[in-house]
Write a protein that binds this ligand. Structure first.
Ligand code: FAD
Length: 479
């Protein structure tokens, strides 16, 4: 099979998966008014091969058969692969109208992390299994979701110390050929419209937590898996002015595993609790870099929207507004520069022979993006004015009683007539002042790990000894 079309991807989602949204079971995720927004966004991962500007980046030859496969599944065993992936993720977002298609990147970040950990441990059994799984995904062009974050109950306690054993996903039974797992993973992006879910532990574990040290992959429609999705926006919302392409986005789910049977050939960690921390760390190294890369197209168009809002309001030459421009440019270009610097400095992860973007620099990039995002949004909100939240809707524009008033009163500066100004404000409302905008602000803080996780990696990866040795020599502490 090797490469699937977007239609083949969507057809594969019409199975007996158990997905709920707004209290109702979803018969077909491809047509549900909320979930289909995510399906259409994810489908871009299957359009890249036919995109003239993306084909060479998105497609490679299967090293075994020579057939075309998605480059997302490439083994990252040479340094230049990192810069290629940087361009692939950014390019995919640009093709997908600014959103990350998502169903190939987080999963392959997990596959890369599992491969690196198995290589470092010299564990042939797991290395063979994850190598076979990578191949299976490449040959069948599988759409993947990554389930790392558990529901976690009391954050100050380890899995085995929780008041409920179900607050972290765990092994509840085992036979010679399979394991049985129960628990729930929270906030899982695109799992309702992926083919398979890859599960890994999110943290360090102790011996008492051994049953929680488990990693595996299963098809989304495996009996015992139930997903409860949170609705985001829908195409049927006609209050916003239409845009040339529909708005893009994803849907997350609480994914419940109720006595789910997993064949052993799909198990990549089983009770090796000392390795859990290394796996979580490896995943962060591979994935945080993907994370900051896909933010770049988003903050580029948001910067542009802020600048256009200033033009529409006739304030683009005012010094207070130009100060906002400087903030937005500095924020966007610093994030881009840090991400690019990380890509151009690939590192052999833990001696595994697999390459990642410089983890110190990519965590700085992600922390910079996340810690300044709200200020960035504040600048755009300041420029655009109160119309961001009080604007009449597209429905009022379509109504012949109210449209003349809007034409009379809603015009802007220069060439911005009422329709153009309202169109611009409508998109700005979606991006910085809607429910979705609130989601985006929280996403910037927590998705791909909260601030503390990036700070931990900064402390772990920074050349602190080098800094101190320099200072010791300067002071003469060593005699
Ligand atoms: C939009 C979105 C999409 C996501 N997609 C995915 C996905 O596809 N797959 C996936 O696996 N996860 C996903 N996540 C989950 C994401 O990784 C988590 O939200 C993140 O790791 C934070 O976990 P939490 O939400 O449980 O918050 P918490 O862990 O409750 O964190 C809240 C605060 O408490 C602090 N804190 C937590 N524990 C401790 C502690 N022990 N000591 C001191 N401080 C602590 C944190 O630093 C933070 O400041 C997604 C999240 C969002 C918002």
């Amino acid at each position: 099979m090797a490469l699937r079309t977007a239609e083949e991807y969507k057809a594969g989602l019409r199975d007996d998966r158990k997905v709920y949204i707004l209290g109702k079971k979803v018969p077909d995720v491809t047509v549900d008014p909320y979930i289909k927004v995510g399906v259409e966004t994810a489908a871009f991962d299957f359009l890249l091969a036919d995109h003239p500007g993306m084909h060479d980046l998105a497609v490679m030859e299967d090293p075994g058969t020579g057939e075309p496969i998605s480059r997302y599944f490439e083994l990252p065993d040479y340094p230049e692969v990192v810069a290629k992936r940087h361009e692939l993720v950014k390019g995919a977002c640009n093709v997908a109208d600014g959103a990350l298609p998502f169903v190939k990147d987080v999963g392959t970040d997990i596959i890369n992390a599992l491969t690196a950990v198995a290589r470092v441990a010299g564990d042939k059994k797991y290395l063979d299994r994850i190598t076979e799984y990578r191949r299976y995904c490449a040959v069948n062009d599988v759409a993947l979701a990554g389930a790392v974050t558990d529901v976690k109950g009391d954050r100050s306690k380890k899995p085995s110390e929780q008041s409920s054993p179900d607050y972290y996903l765990r092994v509840v039974d085992e036979t010679e050929d399979e394991i049985v797992v129960s628990g729930a993973k929270a906030h899982i992006t695109a799992s309702a419209y992926a083919d398979e879910i890859l599960v890994i532990p999110p943290r360090n574990m102790s011996e008492e937590d051994a049953d929680y040290a488990v990693a595996f992959a299963v098809p989304v429609n495996t009996p015992g898996i139930t997903q409860i999705c949170r609705p985001s926006f829908r195409y049927e919302d006609t209050a916003h002015f239409p845009t040339p392409s529909p708005r893009r986005g994803h849907v997350e789910a609480l994914v419940i595993f109720d006595n789910v049977r997993v064949p052993k050939e799909r198990v990549f960690m089983l009770r090796e609790w000392p390795a859990a921390q290394g796996l979580a760390y490896a995943f962060s190294a591979f994935h945080r870099y993907t994370a900051v890369t896909y933010k770049i197209p988003i903050i580029e168009y948001m910067t542009g929207l802020g600048m256009l809002a200033a033009e529409a309001n006739g304030v683009h030459k005012a010094s207070n507004i130009r100060e906002r421009f400087v903030n937005m440019i500095r924020y966007t270009e610093t994030t881009k520069a840090l991400a690019k610097a990380a890509a151009l400095d690939p590192q052999d992860f833990a001696g595994s022979g697999l390459f990642v973007a410089n983890p110190l620099t990519s965590n700085m990039a992600k922390l910079h993006f996340a810690s300044q995002f709200h200020d960035f949004v504040r600048d755009i909100q300041d420029i655009a004015g109160g119309l961001l939240v009080t604007q009449p809707t597209y429905k009022d524009w379509q109504n012949e009683d109210t449209r003349p008033y809007l034409e009379q009163y809603m015009g802007g500066a220069g060439e911005y007539n009422a329709e153009q100004r309202l169109k611009l404000m409508s998109t700005l409302h979606h991006v910085v002042a809607s429910d979705f905008a609130g989601w985006h602000e929280v996403c910037s803080i927590h998705a791909e790990g909260s601030f503390a996780t990036q700070k931990m990696m900064l402390l772990a990866e920074a050349p602190s000894k080098y800094y101190k040795d320099k200072a010791r020599a300067m002071v003469g502490l060593d005699g």
